[in-house]
Design a protein around this ligand. Structure first.
Ligand SMILES: [Zn+2]
Length: 260
């Protein structure tokens, strides 16, 4: 038997009330996050702890250049599996947050930086929607600068701890592209950047050792040099020269200077 229109409408109203009650009941009884404790141990809490927090910010480009499609991928999967990021910034400057700052987004994959290997557990991931070849838009970079100011002050992440996906996964990733304006970010005080006037590196200066000190995985020197060039010289060549040594000497002195 097919029910009449009045019966159907009443059923929908009852269903809506029932689902609202279920939602309210769920809010009242379900904890937001279940405690992660061993059943083998006696819970003897100490007050001396805080939430584990990110130490690094990793920038990406989406390689898509279409914010609707990019958000869809970051909320589902790409060809390799489920992926996400904490934030995505569109070309018009709009910022979407997809994962809580305190949670682990899936953006870095196999990577290494400054000896750290589980980068997803120790970083905030920011995707910048871009096709991988075009310049990044001015509103997009302004929103990124605003977001970096917010994250570094709110989460206590050092302002120089901003790197690219290509820096932490040399040979595997190349984002953000050579179009990314690292020098502009540096003018706002984000990322590690050399002095404007470079002092010549001393004779015998070891550029690869300095790259390792900066954070690069130099186990494959060629891949590391290409990643370093992409970030610091907007090119993707694989041979170190005197300018690289001078840049790395400047970065090394900044890293080894006593903190103010
Ligand atoms: Zn990436």
């Amino acid at each position: 038997m097919i029910p009449g229109a009045a019966t159907v409408a009443r059923c929908f109203r009852l269903a809506a009330v029932a689902s609202l009650l279920l939602v309210l009941a769920g809010c009242a009884t379900t904890p937001a996050v279940a405690p992660q404790r061993s059943s083998l141990a006696h819970w003897t809490p100490s007050p001396n702890f805080n939430a584990r927090k990110a130490q690094l910010i990793v920038l990406h480009h989406t390689s898509i250049g279409d914010p609707v499609a990019a958000l869809r991928v970051l909320r589902t999967r790409n060809s390799e599996g489920p992926v996400s990021a904490h934030y995505m910034i569109e070309a018009d400057g709009r910022i979407d947050q997809l994962v809580d700052d305190g949670d682990r987004a899936w953006h870095a994959g196999a990577a290494r930086w400054a000896g750290m290997t589980d980068i997803n557990s120790s970083s905030i991931g920011i995707e910048i929607d871009n096709d991988g070849e075009s310049p990044f838009s001015q509103p997009q970079i302004q929103s990124l600068v605003n977001l970096l100011a917010d994250l570094t002050s709110r989460l206590g992440i050092p302002r120089e701890a901003v790197v690219g996906h290509g820096d932490i996964a040399p040979g595997r990733k190349n984002d953000p592209s050579v179009q990314f304006p690292w020098a502009t970010l540096a003018r706002y005080g984000f990322g590690l950047w050399p002095d404007a006037v470079l002092i010549p590196a001393p004779p015998g200066f070891d550029s690869l050792a300095a790259m390792r000190l900066v954070g690069y995985d130099v186990s494959n020197p060629r891949n590391a040099i290409i990643a370093f060039h992409r970030h610091y010289r907007a090119m993707e060549t694989d041979t170190l020269d005197a300018t690289d040594a001078n840049i790395l000497y400047s970065l090394q002195r900044k890293l080894m200077a006593p903190r103010q």
